[in-house]
Design a protein around this ligand. Structure first.
Ligand SMILES: Cc1cc2nc3c(=O)[nH]c(=O)nc-3n(C[C@H](O)[C@H](O)[C@H](O)COP(=O)(O)O)c2cc1C
Length: 371
């Protein structure tokens, strides 16, 4: 064999090995549209019950932990439960965000039920954020006058990048806040208060990312590979973290929980936060009068109602709750921005040029229904 022939042969086998390696690798981000969301083989559930519960599960939740379950009592009569195994003791030691997330689930459930011609009757069961049974619900058939448009539930998503800096137009502010001015507050990015939240969001993220148990908890909720994403159908995927292209491929194939604990990973995350806070219209805060379970559920519902309104105005909302999760940043917040009520949500807000499709995954209804 002459030299040229040998080089061609070696070169060819390297190309073949690389190409085969790539073909066998985890090639693309797993998206919501790639999975069958309604997988219910549950014989007890009526088809519209499955639909309603699936739509309820498309609600927002911290780390996409989906901390709910449904206890099936009889047709159209359920208890909504708090799934302890999905708590986030480091980011949310009092389960405040868990109850807010369950509130969001309840709002979606009520809207979805209305679109199928049902009215919901709710009975509060929980006295604390830790009680397993949260609310009971009965769905009664009614002549529906004002069914909710469920495409809004299907298309809602959290967007984290590429916000425009334009201020919110007055008519859009009114549309988002109108009858809720007591609880929903808008702080433009250029205002003193908006600037303070920008700075403190970076500070709080730095504290949290270097708080080892909190970073470990985050690592536990990242689904690096498509295999894990398919297995768990929850948590944060490369797609939902908006890690695309070559970076996404590298993370899916070479990263694991240990990578999240590396300094590089933490610093890249902080750079992303700095970038995010530098591009937005401002902040929306949602407040409440107290911290009772009923109030937190209502506040979670309020947030979900707001999230369901923004897409049609090309507005994105990105919850950035780290200031509330870290005690040192939480303590000063009310005083500096001059709000005396309990601040339950800090939401970054801004217009988008292109609105992406939802990508975060959900567990099939069968996985969260207990009979
Ligand atoms: C109480 C609460 C707190 C949240 N905090 C954050 C946050 O700090 N950062 C973030 O990127 N997303 C946050 N989110 C958004 C969730 O991560 C998001 O809803 C979840 O991953 C599902 O994705 P989806 O909204 O696109 O369906 C929060 C959501 C809730 C309900």
């Amino acid at each position: 064999m002459n030299r040229t022939k040998f080089i061609c042969l070696v070169g060819g086998s390297i190309v073949t090995t690389v190409a085969t390696g790539y073909l066998l690798s985890d090639k693309s981000n797993l998206l919501r549209k790639d999975i069958k969301l309604i997988d219910s083989h549950n014989v007890i559930l009526k088809p519209d019950e499955t639909e309603i519960l699936h739509l309820a599960s498309l609600a927002s939740s911290t780390h996409n932990a989906q901390p709910w379950f449904v206890q099936y009592l009889e047709p159209y009569n359920w208890i909504i439960g708090n799934d302890k195994s999905k708590w986030l003791p480091e980011a949310d030691p009092t389960q405040r965000e868990t109850i807010l997330s369950i509130g969001a689930f309840i709002q979606n459930l009520e809207y979805a039920a209305s679109s199928f011609g049902y009215i919901c009757h709710w009975t509060l069961l929980a006295k604390t954020n830790q009680d397993e049974q949260v609310v009971a619900v009965k769905l009664n058939k009614i002549e529906s006058k004002n069914p909710f448009d469920i495409s809004k539930i299907k298309e809602r998503r959290t967007v984290r990048s590429n916000f425009l800096k334009d201020e919110l137009k007055i008519e859009d502010r009114q549309y988002l806040i109108n009858s809720e001015t007591e609880f929903i507050h808008y702080l433009p990015a250029i205002s003193k208060e908006g600037q303070y939240i920008n700075e403190q969001t970076i500070v709080a993220n730095r504290i949290q990312t270097y708080r080892e148990p909190a970073q470990q908890e985050l690592a536990d909720w990242i689904r690096f590979s498509t295999k894990d994403a398919e297995k768990y159908r929850d948590g944060l995927t490369t797609a939902s973290m908006e890690i695309e292209g070559l970076s996404g491929w590298i993370v899916r194939n070479f990263y694991n929980k240990d990578s999240v604990m590396n300094k590089d990973f933490r610093e890249v995350g902080l750079d992303k936060v700095k970038q995010q806070v530098s591009e937005s219209a401002g902040w929306i805060l949602i407040t409440s009068k107290d911290n009772s379970v009923a109030t937190l559920l209502e506040t979670g519902r309020r947030m979900e109602r707001l999230l369901l309104k923004v897409r049609e105005k090309n507005i994105a909302i990105h919850p950035m709750t780290q200031i509330l999760e870290e005690s040192s940043t939480r303590q000063m917040l009310n005083q500096v921005i001059g709000i005396s009520e309990n601040i339950q949500f800090i939401l970054r807000v801004g217009y988008l040029k292109n609105y992406p499709q939802p990508v975060s995954l959900r567990r099939p209804v069968d996985w969260f229904i207990h009979s």
